[in-house]
Design a protein around this ligand. Structure first.
Ligand SMILES: [Fe+2]
Ligand SMILES: [Fe+2]
Length: 185
C-alpha cells in the first residue's frame, strides 16, 4: 500500500518538541539502517545474504526519504556521521563472522525498531491532526516487522552461541542509547 502523503502535516511551528525529537530519532535510525546494509554488502560475498541486504537496503532508503519529508534538514541529528559509522559497523562486523550472525543482528535491530515505532504510534493515537504521520510511521513499522521475521526465518534454528547473544544484546542496548542521544542532538 502506498504510504500517505505527509506534507500536509509538516508544519514546524505546530510540531511539539517531543514529536520533533521522535522524528529526529527516526531519521537518524533510518540513516543507520541504510548503512547497516552497506556494511553487510561491503564485506559479505554470500549470494543469498547479499540479495537479502540489497532488498532491505532499498526499503530503508525509501523509509529515509519518507521520514525526511517530515523533518526539516536543520532539525536532523547533528551526529549523522556517527550514526552512519555505527550502522556500517553493525552490518560489517557480523558479516565478517558469516550470514548467521548478520541475520541474528538484523532480527535484534528490527525487534528494537518495531517497539521504537510502536511507542511513537501509540503517542499519536487519538489525535486526528497527526493521523497521516501516524500511518506513515506504521507503514514503516510493518516493513521492519517483515524484515525481522525474514531475518529470523534465515537464522539458524540452533540457539546462538554466547558471543552472538552478547553481540545482539549490545546491538539492542546500543540502539536504545543512540535514540536517547539523538532525541537531543
Ligand atoms: Fe526502516
Ligand atoms: Fe528495516
Amino acid at each position: 500500500m502506498a504510504p500517505p502523503a505527509v506534507s500536509a502535516v509538516w508544519a514546524p511551528a505546530a510540531m511539539p518538541a517531543w514529536l520533533e525529537a521522535d522524528l529526529r530519532s527516526d531519521q537518524a535510525g533510518e540513516t543507520g539502517a541504510v548503512w547497516i546494509y552497506r556494511g553487510v554488502l561491503a564485506l559479505s560475498r554470500d549470494p543469498a545474504l547479499r540479495a537479502f541486504a540489497q532488498r532491505h537496503l532499498a526499503t530503508e532508503q525509501r523509509h529515509l526519504g519518507l521520514i525526511g519529508t517530515c523533518l526539516a534538514p536543520e532539525r536532523h541529528s547533528r551526529l549523522l556521521p556517527l550514526w552512519r559509522l555505527a550502522g556500517w559497523l553493525t552490518g560489517a562486523l557480523p558479516a565478517l563472522a558469516g550470514p548467521r550472525a548478520v541475520y541474528a543482528t538484523i532480527a535484534a535491530v528490527e525487534t528494537f525498531v518495531d517497539h521504537h515505532y510502536q511507542s511513537q504510534i501509540d503517542r499519536l493515537t487519538g489525535d486526528a491532526a497527526w493521523a497521516p504521520l501516524r500511518e506513515l510511521l506504521d507503514s514503516c513499522r510493518r516493513d521492519e516487522v517483515a524484515h525481522r521475521d525474514e531475518a529470523r526465518a534465515h537464522a539458524d534454528s540452533a540457539r546462538p552461541g554466547p558471543l552472538l547473544r552478547i553481540w545482539c544484546a549490545l546491538v539492542g542496548q546500543g540502539s536504545a542509547v543512540a535514540v536517547r542521544i539523538c532525541r537531543h542532538v
